[in-house]
Ligand binder design. Sequence first.
Ligand SMILES: Nc1ncnc2c1ncn2[C@@H]1O[C@H](COP(=O)(O)OP(=O)(O)OP(=O)(O)O)[C@@H](O)[C@H]1O
Length: 277
Amino acid sequence: MDTRGDGPAMNTRGNGPAISDAPVLEAVGVGVRFGGVRALDGVGLALRPGEVCGLIGPNGAGKTTLFDALSGIRRPDGGRVLLDGTDITRRSPVWRARHGMRRTFQRQQLFGQLTVADNLVVAQEWRGGGGGLAADLLAAPTRRTYEKERRERAAEVLRSCGLDALTGVFAGALPVGQARMVELARAVADPPRVLLLDEPASGMTAGESSQLAAVVRHLADTEGCAVLLVEHDVAFVMRLCSRVVVLDLGRVLAEGTAAEVHADPRVREAYLGTATV
Ligand SMILES: Nc1ncnc2c1ncn2[C@@H]1O[C@H](COP(=O)(O)OP(=O)(O)OP(=O)(O)O)[C@@H](O)[C@H]1O
């Protein structure tokens, strides 16, 4: 439903809350150079609440570099990154995380010597324990209340990701597909507004990637989370994403619905001709 009026354009998706159509995250003319290599050259991208957008392209196209620029790990040498229309180009990754941006990485980043549940509790610790360091050290009642709430939230997220059976397992002992799913659970333990997923389905079985797709769709549809995902499994991207952006040689080559991108001869020539669809 589109209810455009005087305020920002709003719509509703599924059973979720009203969701604004204004972009939550934008790249405007973003450029990144590595010496003589232009990894990104004037890249523009707008991500709206409640959408799942795929970012695809050949090896070296600039996908991870764009994630680094969006999440604040790499400062672009041209262009801007906006969150809710505000320039955040010079903001740190921590600031962005505190304002609802989360990211997963191509290489796994779990704490292997912690249990699955503890990985999710730790992900919520940035909020602090209430009462400051002294309360933390003395395990004061406020601290225990926060701890309890975080454990409950961890259990809820693990359930929604189909991971309840792994709660007490050490993360380092998990096979790659399950570890990837735990990474997603950790990224959403504190509900994100923007989620950047770098090859989330790599190493997953077909069943695991279906579960992943269901969790991502649910986050977008019911919580209005904006999701951008890089994935080499093009069939997975085409099934899950409402919109797809194709990067090639650091530039946006094409953008549209999965069907539009799939039918684009330039995309076929640059990428899809060699990808599994
Ligand atoms: N730290 C770096 N130093 C120098 N060049 C880099 C660096 N990181 C990336 N590049 C170069 O920038 C370009 C874009 O790389 P990037 O890793 O962003 O591509 P990608 O699309 O994520 O590739 P892949 O699908 O293989 O992960 C490539 O030419 C790459 O060699």
